[in-house]
Design a protein around this ligand. Structure first.
Ligand code: FAD
Length: 522
């Protein structure tokens, strides 16, 4: 007999099978020995009150095993010699496009400007040692894209429709933890994600796909209004039946090249701000309503805030409980911060982006740059932060209350940001439309969560890569560029995704769209 049941448990009882098994048996009116299989289908923590509870849905088998169909298996059959599709970028969008192309019987040719995960790790070590950013191998560029060294959160505010369950199952199939399949807020962690990415690459190669590292695409081969290939930095021309362009939002050279070639791109609203860091202990105390913190059975607490200030959203973004802040620049004279955590989220720090929505009409002084206005704005602010930090990846920083009160900090708290922080009057140099909204937002967040607005927290500049300021417009149904046939703008860089899972879903959808393009009557 297979039964599904919802049950509410204490964090301790929910933490281990040895605690919840007898409770399940009692509920079902059977002996523990009669239960032959248990599967958690859903798990969420209800921390609204002091008495924290865990909501669980179990599938329980009494007197028999689970049917085989419970397990997802993916068939990546051999596609060598099949129609070639060029996939530019090996981030979540590009990799999931490649896997889906294989499922559909096409041979993906993945071209990635950065290096393999293994070599990329070495370059990140070098970045921390020398403070020099390799423009093709850094926290944003390289195998796995921007999400490889991240918290690996697998949820998003994006309203994008797609097969989320499948994305999670593909990640699980390639080695991600079981709990991503049932946790309400799944995350993988930066210690596990690189291994998952390597297995995805291995499966692409095993199926006859190709993955080329250190291969930067610098131009496009067009026949009239149809794309038939790309040109790499070494001058090689690579042809294919279609091009899925999944280069992420940090590939500014890609936008510039498209613009120069007269391939339509357009400005879109985006977001920028700062990264904030509290002690994880404080966030646990606030979120779990307990001065003693999270105790032995609860995970490091997270938070999520959103508020409207004068017609623009101010919100927390990419929160990393028990994480660290990392230098996420992709070029010279840029100061950019982002956050990551390992699977057990066990540092003493809690960081999050704090972003303010920016619309194109907020950037009047940049209008001469047309579709690239937001990009120039980002670049200027990143350079300003670089200078304010001392031109060596040290981050300009300010205590939270000091920022709200417009006062330069005379000292700074400890931080997880390895290159270090230096006191800077960020209220003076952040653009007005960002500065006052952040200040107002922080006040409101402090009212919503007592203790959150504190001088023990520190803000670091700048969180500038939350979303793309440019869209590469595509047709709604065909997913092809509005003019260039066979070009599929994809993922976050094209302006159609935000975050790992939505980029992955968009990758799959672009592969499906390519299949429709090839077989209009299918
Ligand atoms: P990207 O991941 O940016 O991938 C684009 C790829 O294209 C890159 O590998 C790049 O090297 C390559 N490329 C660029 N130009 C070229 C070219 N000309 N030729 C060849 N290759 C090129 N999101 C979450 O959902 N959860 C998180 O926890 C999370 N944490 C993050 C932490 C950090 C430190 C960072 C930087 C980002 C984080 N994000 C997170 C955001 C997430 O990583 C992105 O939303 C996602 O990776 C976007 O996927 P993408 O495939 O569209 O683009």
């Amino acid at each position: 007999m297979i039964t599904e049941l919802d049950i509410v448990l204490s964090p301790k009882d929910a933490s281990d099978k040895k605690y919840y098994l007898p409770i399940l048996a009692k509920k079902l009116g059977v002996n523990v020995s009669q239960i032959h299989g248990i599967k958690i289908l859903r798990k969420s923590i209800d921390a609204r009150r002091r008495n924290i509870l865990v909501n669980l849905r179990f599938r329980v088998a009494c007197g028999g095993e689970f049917p085989q169909s419970e397990e997802f298996a993916f068939d990546y059959s051999n596609v060598a010699g099949e129609k070639k599709v060029i996939v530019v970028g090996a981030g979540p969008a590009g990799l999931f496009a490649a896997l889906r192309l294989i499922e559909l019987g096409y041979q993906p040719i993945v071209l990635e400007r950065g290096k393999s995960v293994e070599d990329r790790k070495k370059d990140l070590g070098e970045l921390h040692r020398t403070r020099n950013v390799n423009p093709d191998s850094n926290y944003s560029f390289g195998e796995g894209g921007a999400g490889t060294f991240s918290d690996g959160k697998l949820y998003t505010r994006s309203k994008k429709r797609g097969d989320l369950k499948k994305i999670l199952n593909v990640l699980h199939f390639h080695g991600a933890q079981d709990d991503i399949l049932f946790d309400a807020h799944p995350h993988i962690g930066t210690d596990v994600l690189p291994k998952v990415i390597v297995r995805i690459r291995e499966n692409i190669l095993k199926a006859g796909g190709q993955v080329h590292f250190s291969t930067k695409v610098v131009d496009y081969v067009l026949e009239g209004d149809r794309i038939c290939g790309v040109i790499t930095e070494s001058g090689e021309e690579i042809v294919g039946e279609g091009v899925i362009l999944a280069t992420g939002h940090s590939a500014r050279d890609v936008y510039r090249k498209l613009h120069k070639r007269g391939i339509e791109i357009e400005a879109k609203s985006f977001a920028m701000g700062v990264r904030i860091e509290h002690s994880q202990e404080l966030i646990d105390q606030i979120q779990y309503h307990n001065p003693a913190g999270r105790g032995d059975y609860l995970p490091a607490a997270s938070y999520s805030f959103v508020h409207q200030v004068e017609d623009r959203g101010v919100y927390s973004f990419c929160m990393c409980p028990g994480g660290v802040i990392v230098p996420a620049a992709t070029g010279d004279r840029q100061q950019v911060v982002n956050g990551m955590s390992s699977s057990n989220r066990n540092t003493a720090f809690a960081n999050s982006g704090m972003a303010v929505e920016i619309r194109t009409r907020d950037l009047k002084e940049y209008q001469q740059y047309g579709a690239l206005a937001g990009l120039y704005f980002q670049e200027e602010l990143e350079e300003r932060a670089f200078v304010e930090g001392g031109e060596n990846l040290t981050a300009p920083a300010q205590r939270m209350n000091d920022f709200v009160n417009g006062k330069k900090s005379s000292s700074l708290p400890k931080t997880s940001y390895q290159p270090g922080i230096v006191s800077s009057p960020m209220h003076e140099w952040l653009p007005e439309h960002i500065r006052f909204r952040l200040q107002e937002g922080f006040k409101v967040f402090g009212q919503k969560s007592k203790g959150f607005l504190t001088n023990e927290a520190v803000i670091l500049g700048v969180e500038s890569r939350t979303s793309s300021p440019v869209r590469i417009p595509r047709e709604r149904e065909s997913f092809q560029h509005i003019r260039i046939e066979g070009l599929f703008p994809c993922g976050e860089g094209a302006g159609y995704a935000g975050g790992i899972v939505s980029a992955a879903m968009d990758g799959e959808q672009c592969a499906d769209a390519f299949d429709r393009y090839q077989n209009p009557n299918k």
